[in-house]
Unconditional design. Structure first.
Length: 211
């Protein structure tokens, strides 16, 4: 039972932080919107004083990224004391502490299973797991943009399943050197592509524009 506590805590922290972040944005707190690529016009702010879809996407990403970084550092510390390496999908499925990428996927799927209107996912132009490749044209463009423009995000409207969304793509940076080591072990062919401070892919966040 003890091995499950570290997993439960990050998820609980994430949900609590998400509520706090959305509340702050609703009250007018939060930072200025991130940079937007020139070829995609910015969506107009809502006229009724409500939080904008872009700010909602940013708020969700702040929480997801913070939780991902904290768990990544805790996971690295756990490995440093002699925990077995997770080198395959089978290992990840049975590890007492799932890898940061595996935890990210599980949390995203859990939120979706509960009926959340928003969604988030890890994506990469050159993924180790084919499921993490870009799924739409906007994801493809967004991943290329954040890789070529450090510090900038990519936003754009999408129509999926008959509903309109704002889709945001944020660079996914490795939290620690152990993140890079894990990817290198699982994909030796990509070993030279991974560097601290450089994107290993992107986090895609979708917020519906209509309900």
């Amino acid at each position: 039972m003890k091995t499950r506590e570290p997993l439960a805590r990050p998820i609980a922290w994430s949900l609590a932080a998400l509520v706090a972040a959305l509340a702050l944005f609703a009250l007018g707190a939060g930072s200025e919107p991130a940079a937007q690529p020139a070829e995609i016009p910015a969506l107009p702010p809502p006229s009724n004083g409500a939080i904008s879809p872009q700010n909602q996407a940013d708020a969700l990403h702040y929480v997801v990224a913070a939780d991902r970084e904290l768990y990544g550092r805790a996971y690295a510390a756990w490995q440093a004391v002699g925990a077995p390496a997770v080198d395959s999908a089978a290992d990840a499925a049975h590890a007492p502490w799932p890898s940061p990428c595996e935890l990210f996927r599980r949390a995203a799927e859990s939120i979706q299973s509960k009926g959340a209107e928003f969604s988030y996912a890890l994506r990469s132009l050159d993924p180790i797991d084919a499921r993490n490749g870009p799924q739409t044209e906007l994801e493809q463009k967004g991943l290329a943009f954040v890789a070529a423009n450090p510090g900038q995000n990519y936003y754009g409207p999408e129509m999926l399943g008959g509903r309109r969304y704002i889709t945001a793509v944020y660079a996914d940076l490795p939290a620690t050197a152990s993140c890079i080591d894990c990817h290198r072990r699982r994909s030796p062919a990509h070993a030279e592509r991974y560097r601290l401070g450089q994107p290993m892919g992107g986090v895609v966040v979708r917020v519906p524009l209509e309900f």
